[in-house]
Design a protein around this ligand. Structure first.
Ligand code: G3I
Length: 385
C-alpha cells in the first residue's frame, strides 16, 4: 500500500478564523496516530471540498489522509442523462484530495441505487438487451474512471450486490446482464485504469449469511481472473448490536482469501430503531416529524453521558479489532466528518439528531475520538515493549 506522507499540521488562515478547529487539532490527529498501520479517512459532502464549509475542510486536512465522495460520483449525479456528464463537483473533490496529498477513493460505479431508470431502458422505455447494457456500463466506466486515471487511486466498482442471505440481489444489472455483470464491471474498470485499486463494497458483511456470500463472490471473481484489491466492509453499526466480534470474523475470513479489507463507511447509530430492518438500504424510509423529540428521536437536547461512554467503548472495541488485523485492513473511513453531516440525521426518518461519528456538531472531538486515540497509543506502547 502506498503510504501518504504526514507533515506537521499548519495553522492556516481558515483554522485561525475558526478557533474551534484549532482546539480539535490540539487533541492530536487520527492519521498520525495510525500512520504506518492503515489509512484513516472520511466521506466528504460537497460543502467540505468546495470551500463552503471551511471549518469542516480544516478538520478533514488535520485528521484524515484519505477521502471518499459521499455522493458526487454516483451515477445519477455524474451521468444524469444518456449524453450528459456533470463532472464539476467531482473535479472539485479530486482537486481537494490532490491539493492535500490524500489517497482519493471513487464511489461508486455500478449500483442498483441512485442510478437513473434510463440506464436500463432503450429510447422507447423498453428494457435494454444484455449487450446494450454492457455497452452502456462500459461507456460509463471508461468515461468516469478514464477522466480520473492516476488521480482516483481506488474505486468501489460494484456496490451492494448481495442480499442479506448472501445470494445475488435481483438488480436490473443482474436481471439484464446475468450474474457475470460483476466480473464485467471489474474488467472494464481495470481496462480504464490498470493501476487503480478495485473494490467490492457492501454493508452487513459481519453477519454470517452475507459473510459467506461475499467469501463466495471473492472466490468467483478470483477464479475469473479479475483484479480485486479489497472488499469494502461498510460497517454501518448500531449501538445495541454486538458487532466488533462479528467484524473480527469477517475480516479474518476475507483476509484468508488474499484480499485486503477496507472499512469504508464506519458510523455507529446511537438512536433507537425507527424501522425493524437492520440495514443500510437507503430506499428504506419511515415517516416522522422532522426535528421533534420523540421515542425514536430522544437526544435532541444532547447525548446523555452513559450513551456517550457506550459509544466511546464501541469505537475502542472496533479499533482494537482493526488493529488486530492490521496486515489485512488497509483503510478505515468514516461515513461523514462531524455528527451534523451524517446521513443518519435523515435516515430512515428525516430530521433526527444523530451522534454516530468521532466529532460533534461543532467539529470538536468527542469522547469516542479520545477512545480511538487511546487504542492507537496503547498499540504503540505494546509494540515497543
Ligand atoms: O442535495 C439534495 C438537496 O438539494 C435536496 O433538497 C434534498 C431533498 O431530498 O436532497 C438532497 O440530496 C440528498 C443527498 O443525500 C444529500 O443530502 C438525497 O436526496 C439523498 O438521497 C442522499 O442520500 C445519500 C444516500 O447515500 C443515497 O445516495 C446520503 O447522503 C449518503 O450518505 C448515502 O450513502 C450510502 C452509500 O453511498 C452506500 N452505502 C450506504 C450509505 C448510507 O446510505
Amino acid at each position: 500500500m502506498r503510504r501518504v506522507g504526514i507533515g506537521a499540521i499548519a495553522l492556516t488562515a481558515a483554522a485561525l478564523a475558526h478557533p474551534q478547529s484549532t482546539r480539535a487539532q490540539s487533541a492530536g490527529s487520527l492519521k498520525e496516530a495510525f500512520a504506518g498501520v492503515f489509512r484513516i479517512g472520511a466521506a466528504l459532502n460537497a460543502d467540505q471540498f468546495s470551500g463552503v464549509d471551511a471549518r469542516g475542510a480544516e478538520l478533514v486536512k488535520a485528521q484524515f489522509n484519505t477521502i471518499s465522495p459521499e455522493n458526487v460520483l454516483k451515477w445519477e449525479r455524474v451521468h444524469p442523462q444518456p449524453t450528459t456528464y456533470d463532472f464539476d463537483p467531482a473535479d472539485k473533490y479530486v482537486a481537494f484530495g490532490q491539493a492535500n496529498g490524500m489517497f482519493i477513493v471513487g464511489h461508486t460505479l455500478v449500483w442498483h441505487s441512485q442510478t437513473p431508470r434510463w440506464v436500463f431502458q432503450d429510447a422507447e422505455g423498453k428494457p435494454l438487451t444484455r449487450d446494450a447494457l454492457l455497452a452502456r456500463m462500459h461507456d460509463h466506466i471508461a468515461t468516469v474512471v478514464g477522466r480520473y486515471k492516476g488521480r482516483i487511486q481506488g474505486w468501489d466498482v460494484v456496490n451492494e450486490a448481495l442480499n442479506e442471505d448472501g445470494t445475488l440481489r435481483e438488480s436490473p444489472w443482474k436481471k439484464i446482464i446475468g450474474d457475470d455483470y460483476i466480473v464485467k464491471a471489474f474488467q472494464f474498470a481495470h481496462e480504464a485504469d490498470p493501476a487503480a485499486e478495485l473494490y467490492y463494497n457492501d454493508y452487513n458483511l459481519e453477519n454470517a449469511p452475507k459473510r459467506n456470500g461475499v467469501v463466495e463472490l471473492v472466490k468467483k471473481l478470483k477464479a475469473a481472473g479479475v483484479t480485486i484489491t479489497a472488499v469494502g466492509s461498510q460497517a454501518h453499526d448500531k449501538l445495541f448490536l454486538d458487532s466488533p466480534a462479528k467484524h473480527d470474523t469477517t475480516i479474518g475470513a476475507l483476509g484468508a482469501l488474499g484480499v485486503k479489507v477496507n472499512i469504508t463507511e464506519l458510523d455507529v447509530d446511537v438512536l433507537p430503531m425507527a424501522t425493524r430492518n437492520r440495514t443500510a438500504d437507503v430506499s428504506v424510509r419511515v415517516q416522522g416529524q422532522p426535528g421533534a423529540a420523540s421515542a425514536v428521536n430522544p437526544y435532541v437536547a444532547g447525548l446523555p453521558d452513559s450513551v456517550q461512554k457506550a459509544l466511546a467503548k464501541r469505537y475502542a472495541d472496533f479499533f482494537t479489532v482493526f488493529l488486530k488485523h492490521r496486515g489485512v485492513v488497509d483503510r478505515v473511513t468514516f461515513w461523514g466528518v462531524g455528527d451534523g453531516d451524517s446521513w443518519l440525521n435523515n435516515w430512515p426518518m428525516p430530521g433526527r439528531t444523530s451522534y454516530p461519528l468521532l466529532f460533534d456538531r461543532k467539529d470538536l472531538p468527542k469522547p469516542a475520538f479520545d477512545a480511538v486515540m487511546g487504542v492507537a497509543r496503547q498499540a504503540r506502547a505494546g509494540s515497543k515493549s
